[in-house]
Design a protein around this ligand. Structure first.
Ligand code: KIV
Length: 283
């Protein structure tokens, strides 16, 4: 039986009931289908695909077209999961009109259920315009990789009282602008807890501790595929990178020494056809 896709109302109810929403990123068909099979509540087609799939050193080079292609594949892999498209750098910063048009592209071309964009007070006009366009928008504050240059790198945010006050102000502004949920990245658990107390919309954490309405993790981190660096908040549940290299090595060894392929992996000729072929070739 196929599972029922979450709606905004289900997400609110899960929060009211004190339960947790669990979600993960996915960038392709097969990861999305495994995520759906594993019962993930939501999938984010994150612009982290720039690092996890394309090997960029950050998310800034990622384009709208790349996000749309990957979101389409994820939608095909997880038809019954709530999917969030991630607005890439420069798809919403320039003006409100571009933000609405690009958010609309995610819905029209990739069939996502919501979009997410990074930033606090300064992107509230975009959040409001996209929400006014009838779309679900999730905010994303704390560490915001698209503006990591301004933040001095991929660094935890809100660790001093002054800095935490700013993060909390961003959270309140985002809710007031019409976001349906908020993602908080890489801030201390206490700060995320205060945000959650102050907001009525669901507040999700990635690296912001347990005082949240749910957790997001990057699929390549969970699986142990992403090798470039490991943030403090990551827990690796598998070591697929290592397992993949071992599988490739074993295949290479067997192919080189003739252990692969064998009869088991070969197509048989129809009975009696080989002698006929030989005769044909002798003529
Ligand atoms: O792109 C992404 O995967 C994200 C997470 C880092 C929150 O935005």
């Amino acid at each position: 039986m196929s599972k029922k896709k979450m709606s905004r109302l289900d997400l609110q109810k899960i929060k009211r009931d004190g339960q947790k929403v669990v979600w993960i990123t996915a960038y392709d068909y097969w990861t999305a289908s495994f995520a759906e099979e594993a019962g993930m509540d939501m999938i984010l087609v994150g612009d982290s695909l720039g690092m996890c799939i394309y090997g960029y050193s950050g998310t800034v080079p990622v384009t709208m077209d790349q996000c749309i292609w990957h979101s389409e594949a994820v939608r095909r892999g997880a038809p019954n999961t709530f999917i969030i498209g991630d607005m890439p750098f420069l798809s919403y910063q320039v003006c409100v009109e571009e933000a609405v048009r690009n958010a609309g592209r995610f819905h029209k071309e990739a069939g996502v259920d919501a979009i997410k964009l990074e930033g606090g007070v300064r992107v509230c006009p975009q959040i409001q315009a996209i929400a006014d366009g009838g779309m679900l928008v999730m905010g994303h504050i704390g560490l915001t990789p698209q503006s990591s240059g301004q933040q001095g790198g991929f660094k935890a945010q809100g660790r001093t009282a002054e800095a935490a006050k700013e993060v909390i102000a961003d959270a309140l502004a985002i809710q007031a602008a019409g976001a349906f949920a908020l993602l908080v990245e890489a801030v201390p658990p206490e700060v995320c807890g205060i945000i959650r107390e102050k907001l009525t919309i669901p507040v999700y954490s990635i690296g912001a501790g347990w005082e949240a309405d749910g957790q997001l993790m990057i699929c390549s981190d969970v699986l142990g595929i992403f090798q470039a660096f490991t943030p403090k908040f990551v827990k690796k549940y598998e070591s697929l990178g290592e397992k993949t290299v071992n599988a490739f090595k074993q295949y290479a060894q067997e192919a080189r020494n003739g252990q692969f392929p064998t009869e088991e992996h070969a197509y048989k000729m129809v009975d009696g056809e080989l002698p006929k072929l030989k005769k044909l070739l002798d003529e």
